[in-house]
Write a protein that binds this ligand. Sequence first.
Ligand code: B4P
Length: 189
Amino acid sequence: MRLLIMGPPGVGKGTQAKGIAEHYQIPAISTGDMFRAMKGQSTELAKEVQALMDAGQYVPDEVTDRIVVDRLGKEDAQNGWLLDGYPRTIGQVHALDKYLEERGQKLDAVISLVADEETVKSRLLKRAAIEGRSDDNAETIAKRMKVYHEATDPLLDVYKERGLLIEVNGEGSVETVDERIRQALDKLS
Ligand code: B4P
């Protein structure tokens, strides 16, 4: 199974990715997590990534594409994967297309989680209070939403046209959303 999970910041991508990946015995690969893992490193790249994330901006495609291709080459990703938060730009869509084409592989589905802007904002502010993530403050959240709507939202149409998009209601409890995703994916097999 090769899957993508997409949606605005705070819609529950990372939260749901874990359950889906466990169910299908594939790794959940989050570009956000990979970038956060660079925190504290003293390289120029790590500093640049941290500054961009703190500003609610995307990391440049060439950096992001490279870390994803490296990660997909690992042993545990040879029988499938779930990409969480990638692709986020049209350039990243093309890079992923190229990667798949070169290997004669294809995507099985793209899960699009949908929720009200108020719901996602309140989830992120709640997480800010608990985890203190540096990009979960009101100003950066607003910037992330703007960047999402400009650069990433249009990608949903690309996958819709390819017949891959599965829209799932992201409102409600984690368990409710998980159940909706399972039911939608079950219909694929
Ligand atoms: P991400 O780590 O992907 O951050 P995110 O969009 O906020 O989603 P996340 O998965 O963490 O949160 P979730 O919605 O699950 O990206 C962070 C930054 O990294 C980006 O802004 C960018 O700078 C950079 N980046 C990442 N990928 C990139 C790429 N491809 N290209 C360029 N730059 C990239 O959950 C949010 C909160 O809601 C959690 O606290 C969770 O517990 C809660 N929650 C989830 N589901 C819930 C539910 N059903 N009910 C109640 N709460 C819920």
